[in-house]
Design a protein around this ligand. Structure first.
Ligand SMILES: [Zn+2]
Length: 656
């Protein structure tokens, strides 16, 4: 029998009783000899009942007991308590940080696990780990750490027979199968996923979010596995006029598995956040079409997974089943680009694939990606790798043969912004104390031009840039290519914000429609920007997206048979929503002049497209910079949550 836990310190006791008194009459904690209230100890016998609490419906156990660890005597009393209200809104307050783990931890105190006729306390070490991870999120909103999550008071040690309230989050690989139906969509299992498990999670997620998500296959691997994509959009399954498209690709190297898991988690995260009403995710999915391909090399993954996490080999499973390195298997258009550049003036855009490429060995996975790029007007992309900690951007092939040397694209400035959008909000990429693997990129802000790092031909990013309108970066998620399962949750915490922040970058620059004077869309029209020798072309509906850094730009639209139209646009530094710039082309010979100047107001239209109140007009800063501490004794902004929902005022959440 474990010894009874020590009594909680007095201030906590008072707070607990305050909360309990607020929730119901009398002292539901039961009274001690001195008349003080106390909660049940683990040794007390208890009657186990079904908790039936909405906010806690996904806990890993089926029974609780009253009174609870906080002394609340009934389900109604729990539901009326400000502690429970806090757990219900925590998700919104912390903007998805620490969810669902912190909520589950709170549930384990509010509706503690009951089994074998007694109450089981949650583990103290779980509480301590979470407190360390989540305290900054509370600090950011100027909220005190909730007293009932005090690790010293309501938790027990392993020796005392505690239980891990988050065990399902870490869970066994097949735990998913035993989850009760009707589970809240917030449930993400931070585990490795076999091919079958991955497919199941993606399909299940798409079913859960059927109005905004859909799975589809872009082809098959050499061994016949579907290359399954899950897409998110307000209207899944179709391109919408002017809605930009983003793709994220994981596991191109079969043994680099963290990216695969990140995208499986991201899919579930986007679905659940959308359903939960997260303004940020709803805004994102309502304005963006996002495609996630968690595994581009499922055959290679099988080889690596058979050896498992902790296997230290560097290359086993890297290639596809034909022993081809997929990130060396794309057409080398970069050499062609350098050749054209040397021979005179060139504006790179949609360089065709040379015929001889198809004579060589082209992997079915590579073909599938090329086909995918041709059918979808992607604007932005990231390929997720492992083995280092850095974000690299094209070109990957050095302009200087035999030499690793800085080889920028004409869009160097934009690519740097894209890479920074990832690295600058990644805690480990920015951590000065971090011990790095291989090259230390900290001095460069953890971003690097690919060719400056190591040069190679046939990479996917260079091909994206030179063959399509898509800008792709390469993210190295960490030193370990096949991390142990315990590390996955932390890797997710580090990469969630960077992934979102990066995807939101697709709304930088300008977008619009090119049409003729009858309003008919002009496809394959060129969008040129003076000073950037790389052109974008319009999609079949005549729409285009031009990622551009802030500043003034001269933009030209032209198409065969039409006179060109020139416009000046100014993109303010803080603008996070693509400014709309449309072009109406006049047929050659009928227009007033060869060069038709656009309306003079076009520049100012971009500057402030929606009168300053646009969805992307507000800067979206990382957590921590979001809110300033309240000054002058006024209550923090979240205080009204509680005062409006309940008469009880949880003063224990106030720091000052
Ligand atoms: Zn790689």
């Amino acid at each position: 029998m474990p010894p009874p836990p020590p009594p909680p310190p007095l201030p906590l006791l008072l707070l607990a009783s305050l909360a309990a008194v607020a929730a119901g009459p009398g002292c539901p904690l039961g009274r001690g000899r001195a008349g003080e209230c106390h909660g049940p100890s683990a040794a007390d016998s208890a009657t186990c009942v079904d908790p039936q609490l909405r906010t806690c419906s996904d806990v890993a156990y089926n029974h609780t007991a009253f009174p609870t660890l906080l002394g609340l005597r009934s389900r109604e009393a729990v539901e009326a308590s400000s502690e429970y209200i806090l757990l219900s809104v925590l998700h919104h307050l912390l903007e998805g940080q620490c969810n669902p783990d912190l909520r589950l931890l709170g549930c384990a105190v509010l509706a503690p696990r009951c089994g074998d006729g007694r109450v089981h306390r949650p583990c103290r070490h779980v509480c301590e780990d979470l407190r360390e991870a989540c305290q900054p999120a509370f600090d950011a909103i100027d909220m005190a750490w909730p007293y009932f999550l005090d690790c010293g008071s309501y938790f027990a040690s392993v020796e005392e027979g505690c239980h891990d309230p988050l065990e399902k989050l870490r869970g066994g690989l097949d735990a998913e199968e035993v989850l009760p139906s009707g589970l809240p969509p917030t449930f993400i299992q931070f585990t490795h996923h076999s091919y079958a498990q991955m497919v199941r999670v993606l399909r299940r997620t798409a079913a859960r979010c059927a109005h905004i998500a859909k799975t589809y296959s872009i082809g098959r691997s050499f061994n016949g596995k579907e290359l399954l994509v899950i897409e998110f959009s307000a209207r899944p399954g179709q391109h919408e006029l002017m809605e930009p498209e983003v793709k994220l690709i994981g596991n191109i190297h079969g043994n680099e598995v963290a990216g695969r898991e990140m995208l499986i988690y991201l899919a579930q995260y986007l679905c659940s956040e959308y359903l939960l009403g997260s303004p940020r995710i709803q805004r994102l999915l309502n304005t963006t079409r996002i495609h996630l391909l968690p595994s581009m090399n499922p055959d290679g993954y099988e080889v690596a997974a058979a050896e498992g996490a902790g296997y230290n080999g560097w290359t086993s499973g890297r290639q596809n089943a034909q022993n081809l390195d997929l990130n060396r298997n794309f057409p080398d258009l970069t050499s062609e680009y350098y050749r054209l550049e040397a021979s005179g003036s060139i504006r790179s855009s949609r360089i065709p694939i040379p015929q001889h490429y198809w004579w060589g060995k082209v992997a079915p996975e590579t073909k599938a990606i090329i086909k995918w790029m041709r059918t979808t007007p992607f604007v932005l992309s990231a390929s997720l790798h492992g083995g280092d900690l850095v974000v690299s951007y094209p070109f990957d092939l050095s302009k200087h043969s035999q030499e690793e040397k800085f080889s920028p694209t004409p869009d160097e400035k934009m690519f740097k912004l894209l890479a920074r959008a990832y690295a600058d909000v990644h805690p480990m990429m920015m951590d000065r104390s971090e011990n790095r693997c291989g090259g230390n990129f900290l001095k460069r802000g953890s971003i690097i031009n690919g060719a400056d790092w190591y040069s190679f031909t046939g990479g996917m990013s260079d091909f994206n840039y030179l063959h399509s309108n898509c800008f792709e970066i390469t993210v190295e998620l960490g030193c370990v290519k096949f991390p142990p399962e315990e590390a996955l949750y932390t890797i997710w915490q580090h990469n969630k914000e960077p992934l979102l922040n990066f995807v939101e970058m697709v709304h930088r620059g300008i977008k619009g429609v090119v049409m003729d004077k009858f309003g008919k869309p002009v496809k394959n029209a060129r969008i040129l920007v003076k000073g950037i020798r790389h052109d974008i072309t319009t999609a079949p509906d005549g729409d285009y997206w031009r990622l551009l850094p802030p500043g003034s730009h001269i933009v030209i639209a032209q198409a065969p048979g039409y006179s060109k139209v020139i416009k000046k646009v100014t993109i303010p530094a803080r603008m996070k929503r693509a400014g709309r710039v449309d072009f109406i082309l006049q047929p050659l010979g009928t227009g007033p002049k060869k060069f038709l100047l656009g309306p003079r107001r076009s520049g100012s239209a971009v500057r402030d497209p929606l009168g300053g109140a646009s969805p992307y007009g507000e800067p979206q800063e990382p957590l921590g910079a979001r809110r300033q501490p309240s000054a002058g004794g006024s209550k923090p902004w979240w205080w009204s949550y509680f005062t409006s929902i309940s008469q009880h005022k949880p003063r224990w959440l106030l720091k000052y």
